[in-house]
Design a protein around this ligand. Structure first.
Ligand code: FE
Length: 149
């Protein structure tokens, strides 16, 4: 999957590209019901990419079981994969997480996660596609635990 450049993203017809549920979450800031997303229970090794533009967002090593019903991560991939915005909608003060490439809504980040940063990136499964590592891919760090408890 190739990542379109910014001009291409401006011109994308998101309604035809995305499923209605993906559109509701990514482009309208919606939230899928807990426990409904297929990637919540995914434990395979690989990359979680934006369902809108294909940008790599999260890595399986940073995924953990938060018990929330949504895919949860301790950190995004790299430093610039996601943008974080103050969000006061729905009577709550939260930090919204968006794809830095296409500005698609992903979910929110909360300060109650494990790991040394203590962050929980609570992400809609509908916002993500999963790209499994190729069998036999050379990952020398398969023994690391990512710092979770
Ligand atoms: Fe995106």
């Amino acid at each position: 999957m190739t990542i379109p450049d910014d001009r291409d993203i401006q011109g994308i017809d998101w309604r035809s590209k995305l499923t209605p549920e993906q559109y509701r979450v990514l482009r309208e800031g919606g939230t899928e019901p807990a426990w409904t997303g297929p990637l919540n229970s995914n434990k395979a090794q690989g990359d979680y990419v934006c369902a809108g533009c294909g940008a790599p967002l999260f890595r399986s090593d940073d995924k953990y079981d938060s018990g929330s019903g949504w895919p949860s991560f301790t950190a995004p991939m790299g430093g610039e994969a996601v943008d974080e915005h103050h969000d006061v909608s729905h009577g709550m003060t939260r930090t919204e997480v968006k794809c830095a490439k296409c500005e698609g809504h992903l979910g929110h980040v909360f300060p109650d996660g494990p790991g040394f940063k203590g962050l929980r990136y609570c992400i809609n499964s509908a916002s993500l596609d999963f790209t499994a590592d190729e069998a036999g891919a050379d990952r020398a760090n398969s023994d690391s635990d990512g710092g979770g408890d």
